[in-house]
Write a protein that binds this ligand. Structure first.
Ligand code: BGC
Length: 751
């Protein structure tokens, strides 16, 4: 259908629909039939009657969209109920949290950002889209593009970290991956960047807490990934839960209308986060549910996501009493119907259940997940043992002890925010090492050593089967601890997997500490005391306080939650089939007290370290933003600029020769940083303005070029309340992480 035909059909429907039917189109319900009936978790109240309620509403034509249905037969059944439940035969839109894979699970989003390779993000989401679409899902509540500089916040794992440049590249790539050639093209989903906006600045890192973000930070740091996602054509945006500078995002007219729609030209539909419309009353913004609905509609929120009792059901009365116009309602419904038409749902509302089986079992998806996990790992440290860096393991290593419960925990290997996983095909690290080690005649033995699942509070995700951590029945921790130490003592190398259980991070999983939980450090100490060299693999989604680990383990490889094929990917890195080239997408603080800490701060009063900023700890991070080692080594030539003086509005090209000085082929992530010396605001000491991950064969040199023009030079000036390019001197540095020296400068003259 052409867009004119679509609009004409929508006109017809709108003129035939009652207000009740329109409010129904604007309502999206969770469908909680798949939660574990055995679960002892009661974080959302009794959900047992929720699915029946939803089905009643569907049959009465009071629902336009559902979320949390993942079985094709169920989706077809509910779709039939929807179509037969409204006299216009309008199909339902099925949304879902397709965050890092559907059946094939890719590394968690923060890991994907650590690949510094937008193609990894695009490929992963294209496969996730294909799988999810095959079961009948139409729309992903992803990418999550919230910038954050607070690793206490559990949702740091869902985004791309602290940097707007890297974040924008990852956001756009994911939208491209999900939506392919555009909404409605085969095997794709509508992408829904979220949570607009400011959720990553929750005070204290406490999930759902208020955010206070300056105008300068909003435009320069928080907004760019959203803008990039919108420019990439995202068909949907999700509102954030929290108050932004005192006004809840979901009722924030400035955010949703002025910024998103008027400034960026977003034309898709806007969904609230779960219960966020009704919670405008909880926030103390709206007087009651009717007022909440009116305020959200006035902000342009087209669809309300709700567990039950939606505020939008009150819109009918609101229109009748004149507090909101039917025209406003029609605008919202039009956007939702447009998405349904664009997706082709009126012609083809049902899915082919047989095809779904085939798509979900496609082996090429597993291979892509393995390749992605290889590209996301970050080698944090790699000290020599007997004159050789400990990683990759030397051919002399014949016996490896793999230790720690996370080493053989399939559910943790996948990370949070997955629901349709298949644990039987998930490759744990122990499994991966055992298999690859076997090829080299290396004996690999595993012992957990300590208890696995420890939780202070239940996670809401424990509601789904297989999500809550468990220890084997009758687990004798003292005996297991001793066995692990004994294995280490008898091995050439101990590979200890440390980190956080997957449900310690994600939504509603913030922490007040960055320490390794449980007895993991005790195990490390005991293993290191055997004298066997220790490789630590970190499985986590936030920077942890690994200072004690660095004292005991010469090599630390950050493997994140690597996904379905994680074990194979990690084995390839540990045994040296592949060289790690991931880089940190965040500044890794030394301790929790340094948070928030970003590389792109201003100098402020005195250069850092002139006067110590803390009395008790360095002002520097443990690992810099962009840090990551390689099994090879790289040398950078001088930075060349195509001009040393340009006018405002013009561009220069910065280039550099990068040489692989090692003896193996490897990838390098080349990063361009810029600093403005003076101007109408003080600007950060450096900001990432470009990057390229490239493959450089051993001994070869590659020339890398970056454009530096208005896009890189402009910034939002809070005093001017506008974008500005200041005439100034700009310093440029190109290197392998954010500590690179800025060695050359160019001038920008008044235009
Ligand atoms: C989260 C969203 C998610 C939604 C639906 C909310 O609690 O904040 O990110 O998409 O639930 O699962």
């Amino acid at each position: 259908m052409t867009s004119d035909q679509i609009e004409a059909r929508i006109d017809e429907l709108l003129s035939a629909m009652t207000l009740e039917e329109k409010a129904g189109q604007m309502t999206q319900f969770f469908y909680f039939a798949e939660v574990d009936p055995e679960s002892d978790v009661d974080v959302m109240g009794d959900l047992s009657s929720q699915p029946a309620m939803v089905e009643r509403e569907l049959a009465a034509g009071r629902v336009g969209s559902l979320l949390f249905c993942t079985q094709p037969s169920e989706i077809n059944r509910l779709q039939r109920l929807t179509i037969e439940g409204n006299r216009h035969g309008i199909p339902a839109l099925f949304g879902f949290d397709v965050i890092h894979g559907f059946r094939t699970i890719f590394p968690v989003p923060i890991a994907t950002a650590a690949s510094w390779d937008p193609d990894v993000a695009a490929r992963g989401q294209a496969i996730a889209a294909k799988e999810a679409r095959a079961v009948g899902i139409h729309w992903a509540f992803a990418p999550m593009v919230d910038v954050t500089c607070d690793p206490r916040w559990g949702r740091i794992i869902e985004g791309a970290g602290e940097d707007p440049c890297l974040g924008a590249a990852m956001a756009a790539a994911q939208v491209r991956g999900f939506q392919g050639d555009g909404i409605g093209s085969p095997d794709t989903l509508i992408a829904g960047p979220k949570h607009f906006a400011g959720y990553g600045f929750a005070v204290g890192g406490r999930d759902y807490d208020q955010s206070h973000i300056s105008d300068e930070q909003l435009w320069n740091v928080v907004f760019p990934p959203f803008k990039a996602a919108v420019e990439a054509g995202a068909g949907n945006v999700m509102t954030a839960y929290m108050d932004l500078n005192g006004v809840p995002a979901t009722g924030n007219v400035w955010l949703m209308q002025n910024v998103l729609r008027d400034t960026w030209g977003f034309e898709g539909f806007l969904v609230s986060d779960a219960n966020a419309v009704r919670n405008l009353a909880t926030h103390g913004l709206a007087k009651d549910l009717t007022d909440a609905g009116v305020r959200a509609v006035s902000a342009g929120v087209d669809l309300e996501m709700a567990v039950d009792d939606p505020a939008y059901a009150h819109l009918v009365d609101a229109v009748r009493s004149g507090v909101v116009s039917e025209e406003q309602i029609d605008t919202c419904v039009r956007r939702i119907l447009r998405a349904k038409f664009q997706l082709g749902l009126f012609e083809e509302p049902y899915v082919d259940e047989q095809r779904a089986v085939e798509v979900l079992s496609d082996p090429t998806h597993r291979e892509a997940a393995r390749a992605a996990a290889v590209r996301t790992a970050v080698l944090l440290t790699n000290e020599p043992v007997d004159g050789q860096p400990l990683l990759p393991l030397s051919p002399e290593v014949k016996k490896v002890a793999v230790l720690g419960p996370l080493a053989d925990a399939p559910r943790d290997t996948l990370g949070p925010w997955v629901f349709d996983f298949d644990l039987t095909e998930t490759v744990t690290i122990a499994q991966g090492l055992r298999e690859r080690g076997g090829d080299f005649g290396v004996e690999v033995e595993y012992a957990p050593g300590i208890r696995h699942g420890q939780r202070t509070f239940a996670s809401m995700f424990d509601l789904w089967e297989g999500n809550a951590p468990v220890d084997p029945e009758g687990f004798d921790e003292e005996a297991e601890f001793a066995r692990a130490v004994e294995l280490a003592a008898g091995a050439d190398v101990a590979v200890l997997v440390l980190g956080e259980w997957q449900n310690m991070i994600g939504e509603a999983a913030s922490r007040s500490s960055l320490e390794l939980p449980g007895r993991q450090l005790d195990l490390l100490d005991a293993v290191a005391a055997t004298g066997t060299p220790v490789v630590v693999l970190l499985m986590n989604g936030r920077p942890l306080d690994v200072r004690p680990v660095m004292e005991k383990a010469p090599a630390i490889l950050e493997v994140w939650y690597p996904g379905s094929q994680g074990g194979h990917a990690i084995a390839a890195l540990v045994f040296g089939d592949e060289s790690p080239a991931g880089r940190l997408p965040f500044t890794w603080p030394r301790s929790v007290g340094q948070i928030p800490m970003v590389y792109s701060h201003t100098i402020s009063h005195e250069p850092e370290n002139q006067w110590r900023r803390y009395w008790d700890v360095e002002s520097t991070p443990l690992f810099a933003f962009g840090h990551g080692l390689s099994y090879s080594s790289f040398a950078y030539g001088d930075v060349n600029l195509s001009a040393t003086s340009i006018s405002v509005g013009e561009s220069v090209t910065a280039s550099v020769d990068v040489t692989n000085t090692g003896d193996r082929d490897a990838d390098e992530v080349v990063q361009l940083y810029l600093h403005q010396r003076w101007g109408t605001a003080s600007r950060p000491v450096r900001e990432l303005k470009g990057f390229q991950r490239l493959f450089v064969p051993a001994g070869q040199t590659v020339t890398v070029e970056f454009p530096v023009g208005p896009e890189q030079l402009r910034y939002w000036n809070a005093a001017a309340h506008d974008w500005v390019i200041d005439p100034s001197l700009f310093d440029v540095g190109i290197g392998g992480d954010s500590t690179v020296e800025l060695t050359v400068s160019f001038e920008v003259r008044e235009g």
